[in-house]
Design a binder for this molecule. Structure first.
Ligand code: GLP
Length: 239
């Protein structure tokens, strides 16, 4: 595990973007798995800059998102489809047919989850997973529980996560209660993981993730078992 403490959020974002872009520059057909939320926004912005400066092209890259809310259509502004379009896809030269996000509006969610898992397998799995963590230790929407999830499936959001994500919606009641999310088992098969962590409310989860026991009660702790994790974090003094 490589751990890089940066002086602030901007530096964390730039360093992580450079790390990810270098992987894509080395392997243009790189398969990426991507998160949403506030944490990666700066990284996505920095990736846009690296693309415009000619450092990297995403023309042959493939992306899979980690999760999507159940019940939101792709054109809903609160969906992760909309988030990715706005924050990253519109800023780089990725081809739309190479971007995959689970369909949270699928009639048969279980079938959608299985098809997503098969699609990941059909391109040879994930080369680079970009990941952040929730204040309660969740990764993607894999919440603290009794066992690590294996494959993509339907998950229920915890009260903590619903409260934390309410800031993106009009009010807490509008936050979907379920999501389609890639399993921890599938994430752990990624060849490389680039992990981002910043903000006061993540400090405790981050310390437990690194130094506590590996436990599904803190899903992020599983990263201790991965052979190639590169962590970029701040000093946690910002909000
Ligand atoms: C969300 C997302 C995760 C994200 C996490 C932290 O619920 N599903 O992918 O990593 O929670 O979000 P933020 O970066 O906004 O704190």
């Amino acid at each position: 595990m490589q751990i890089v403490q940066t002086k602030d959020y901007a530096e964390m974002s730039r360093r992580a973007a450079l790390c990810l872009a270098s992987e894509v520059a080395k392997n243009p057909h790189c398969v990426l798995m991507l998160p949403t939320g506030s944490t990666p926004e700066g990284t996505y912005q920095a990736l846009g800059t690296l693309y415009r400066e000619g450092f990297v092209s995403f023309q042959n890259a493939v992306t899979f998102n980690i999760d999507e809310y159940v019940g939101l259509s792709a054109d809903d502004p609160h969906s992760y489809h909309a988030y990715m379009q706005e924050k990253l896809f519109s800023c780089i030269d990725i081809l739309p047919h190479n971007t995959f996000i689970p369909d949270g509006n699928a009639l048969d969610l279980q079938k959608e989850a299985e098809a997503y898992e098969q699609k990941i397998a059909s391109v040879g799995g994930i080369d680079v997973l970009l990941l952040a963590i929730g204040g309660n230790g969740h990764i993607g929407f894999n919440e603290p529980s009794e066992a690590f999830s294996r494959q993509t499936g339907v998950v229920s959001l915890s009260e903590d996560t619903i409260r934390a994500n309410a800031r993106f919606f009009q009010n807490e009641n509008d936050v979907p209660k379920r999501a389609l999310c890639v399993g921890v088992g599938t994430m752990m098969q990624a060849k490389k993981i680039i992990f981002l962590c910043s903000g006061r409310r993540k400090k405790k989860a981050f310390a437990a993730m690194l130094n506590g026991p590996v436990t599904p009660h803190l899903p992020g702790s599983i990263l201790q078992m991965h052979p190639d994790v590169c962590i970029f974090h701040t000093n946690f003094e910002e909000d």
